[in-house]
Design a protein around this ligand. Structure first.
Ligand SMILES: *Cc1c(COP(=O)(O)O)cnc(C)c1O
Length: 412
């Protein structure tokens, strides 16, 4: 008989500890809780955000532009911080556009993608002078009318739904039938229409998918995106000035997952930048990342309010749950529920001593933060920390469900 050991979470190297406490922005967790004044809360560590952006830049070719996709975490203070670290911001709504502009980002470095942009949002985008990634013939018509009315040609790129998919991606957002972008085969007609309407054509946007941990798959998708953009550029009404090759860089959330190896992606992008220098001499290459930039710099903290045993299984019931952190509960796109990395933040030196299930206060069996996880013996009042929570946390959760208090977000 052979026993295989269960897979483990990738080691958490981001946050340090001291005297058994997790350190967040240099503060011991219990002190941070006092400073925040309540649990539950999200905390994002500035130093970690900066370090991640710098490490990413060091691994990628110097000419490549890095954009932050705000939807991963639109907290205004965090967006202000990110705006100083990246070359541009990508927004997915007029609400996010406001956050980006308020953060002081240069409108020339803001782009807007997403299906179903409302007429008013498209007008706001033209007035703001940002780049709009066109995703339908209707959007083009609305932009043309807005340009005429404002006397300002809309800056546009075409978001292409490619004729391939991103392999091994957590969420596919290109290839086959999709609500995103315009199918590659319809793009020539759209380009002709952009030319007739006299809009300021700037380039292409291709986004194949999200949460990918396989460097070769990402590199392959970027090569194919580049090749497709080269073909489409032949029919463009103006030289390509911007080529957004998407992103999809994943972070390890679940047992058995390993951090993404940036080296092959950097090599591949360096080759593409070199090719672009001759094939698309006016073009800047851009990648847009959300979770890779911010996901590992954030934690969610809640407090144990009850401890109970049911038929041999010990439960820690906390004041936090899926109403603040849907993704950690396993209900934000996961097919099979797996545990996020979870710790007892005021007992970081204690060895795992019990198998505990951590749940929230909601009246639904879906409200689970950790299912049968080896953890240190924990008591009422202890602090449960959910790692990898800097992206798709608070704003991706049904906060009003059951009417519990809101969480707070702090940048430390
Ligand atoms: C959501 C999204 C992103 C960010 O995805 P991550 O997985 O967080 O990196 C980037 N670009 C577009 C177009 C998106 O919709």
């Amino acid at each position: 008989m052979s026993f295989s050991t269960p897979p483990l979470h990738a080691p958490l190297t981001q946050f340090a500890t001291a005297d058994g406490q997790l350190l967040v922005g240099g503060l011991p967790l219990t002190r941070l809780v006092e400073r925040v004044g309540q649990t539950p809360f999200y905390a994002y560590d500035r130093t970690l955000l900066t370090a991640r952006a710098q490490a990413l830049r060091a691994a990628l070719p110097p000419g490549l532009k890095i954009h932050y996709a705000i939807k991963a975490n639109p907290m205004p203070a965090l967006v202000c911080h990110m705006a100083t670290l990246v070359d541009g911001l990508d927004v997915a709504s007029a609400g996010e556009l406001k956050v980006a502009l308020d953060a002081g980002a240069d409108p020339r470095q803001i782009s807007f993608a997403g299906p179903g942009k409302r007429d008013a949002e498209l007008c706001q985008a033209v007035a703001a002078g940002i780049l709009v990634n066109i995703e339908s013939f209707r959007e083009l018509a609305v932009l043309a009318a807005a340009s005429e009315r404002l006397g300002l040609p809309a800056r546009v790129a075409v978001r292409v739904n490619p004729d391939f998919e991103l392999k091994a991606s957590g969420m596919k957002m290109g290839g086959g039938p999709k609500q995103f972008g315009v199918d590659a085969e319809q793009v020539p007609a759209l380009l002709a229409e952009i030319g007739r309407a006299g809009l300021a054509f700037e380039g292409f946007h291709l986004f194949a998918g999200s949460q990918n941990l396989r460097a070769e798959a990402i590199a392959e998708a970027q090569q194919k995106s580049f090749a497709l953009a080269l073909r489409l550029a032949e029919q463009a009404p103006a030289p390509v000035r911007l080529l957004n090759l998407g992103g999809g860089f994943g972070i390890p959330y679940f047992p058995g997952e390993q951090p993404l190896d940036l080296a092959p992606i950097g090599d591949n992008l360096a080759q593409l930048c070199a090719q672009a220098a001759t094939a698309l001499p006016e073009a800047e290459l851009v990648i847009e990342l959300g979770r890779y930039l911010v996901g590992e710099a954030g934690i969610y903290v809640c407090r144990v309010v009850d401890r109970k045993v049911s038929r041999g299984q010990t439960y820690l019931v906390t004041d936090g749950g899926l109403h603040h952190h849907l993704a950690a509960s396993g209900n934000f796109g996961q097919v099979i529920r797996k545990n996020y990395p979870v710790a007892i933040g005021n007992r970081m030196d204690a060895a795992a001593a019990e198998t505990l299930t951590v749940v929230g206060p909601l009246c639904t069996p879906l409200d689970v933060l950790a299912d049968r996880m080896p953890l240190p013996a924990a008591e009422i009042g202890d602090l449960v920390v959910v790692f990898q929570s800097g992206a798709y946390g608070y704003t991706a959760s049904p906060e009003r469900f059951l009417g519990h208090p809101a969480a707070i977000e702090v940048l430390v």
